[in-house]
Design a binder for this molecule. Structure first.
Ligand code: NAP
Length: 256
């Protein structure tokens, strides 16, 4: 009799949670985990275990990959703003009938003393300047930076993991860094650059939240880009533990 092969779980990654999920599932004998990264970051922090890097070629390419690699379950643990891959995952799962779960960290919630201005897009955020502030701490990532290129009447402190490509805002200082960040560090940055407005996506999570506390303490407004809607009909887990429990339900029984 052949032993039952471990169930193959594909984790769509690019987030801290995806890495933690791969760590949590790795030692499980009934599972075989492959993590997938888009390949955007030059030197990504790799999860343990098998990793594949690069796009699949749309929803059809992902569906083909799921079939070819006999995937038993998919966890979409991508960033809440990575809209396209999440929609591709939903379509590929529907056509292949492979179970799909989305792992989404909860969004941030304003607290007492916060002055948050929610906007629906980066373009709307750009239009809020310079009325909301003239010295902007911009943490929305390098890919959307071109949206702010026409804003020539504000200074931007731009923090990204890899350097952005032009076009960029004309008055800009670049800070290459990646979280987690500390409250002390964020306080010092706001003070050193005399920042009077913070611009962020509602990414959620603890690693990049200290900037929000620093902004509250400094009494400056925060322009928060709301999350895009998640694909309908896909069950959502809010924690790595819940997603790991879901994956383990596909685990192959121990042979004996
Ligand atoms: P996106 O717009 O949703 O995806 C664009 C394309 O990139 C997808 O169609 C897919 O190409 C490929 N792709 C994205 N994530 C992938 C993955 N995990 N594995 C394989 N291919 C992937 O995504 P994005 O906003 O550019 O983000 C790219 C990656 O960076 C994501 O994995 C995300 O988790 C991470 N990230 C994004 C943000 C953000 O603010 N957007 C922040 C932090 C980290 P094909 O169609 O060819 O399959």
């Amino acid at each position: 009799m052949h032993p039952t092969p471990p169930a193959h779980v594909l984790v769509l990654g690019g987030t801290t949670e995806a890495r933690r999920l791969a760590e949590a599932l790795g030692p499980h004998p009934g599972l075989r985990v492959t993590s997938s990264l888009a390949g955007r970051v030059a030197a990504p922090r790799l999860p343990p275990g098998a990793v594949r890097i690069g796009g699949f070629g749309g929803a059809a390419g992902l569906a083909a990959w799921l079939r070819e690699h006999a995937v038993d379950a998919v966890i979409d643990a991508t960033h809440p703003f990575a809209e396209k891959i999440s929609s591709n995952a939903a379509r590929a799962a529907a056509t292949t009938h492979v179970p799909l779960l989305a792992l989404r960290r909860p969004g941030w919630v304003p607290g007492e003393g916060d002055d948050w201005r929610e906007v629906a897009s980066l373009a709307e955020a750009a239009r809020a300047l310079p009325a909301a502030g003239r010295r902007v701490f911009l943490t929305t990532g390098r890919l959307g930076l071109a949206t702010f290129a026409p804003v020539d009447d504000a200074f931007f402190l731009v923090r990204t993991v890899d350097a952005p490509q032009p076009p960029c805002p004309p008055r800009m200082e670049l800070l290459l860094d990646r979280g987690p960040f500390t409250l002390e560090g964020e306080r010092a940055l706001l003070a050193r650059h005399r920042i009077d407005v913070l611009l962020t996506k509602d990414s959620g999570g603890a690693a990049t939240a200290p900037k929000l506390t620093a902004a509250r303490e400094a009494g400056i407004p925060v322009i928060v880009v709301r999350r895009p809607p998640a694909p309908g009909g896909v069950p959502v887990a809010a924690t790595v533990e819940a997603a790991a429990a879901w994956a383990q339900s596909f685990s192959a029984p121990a042979s004996g």
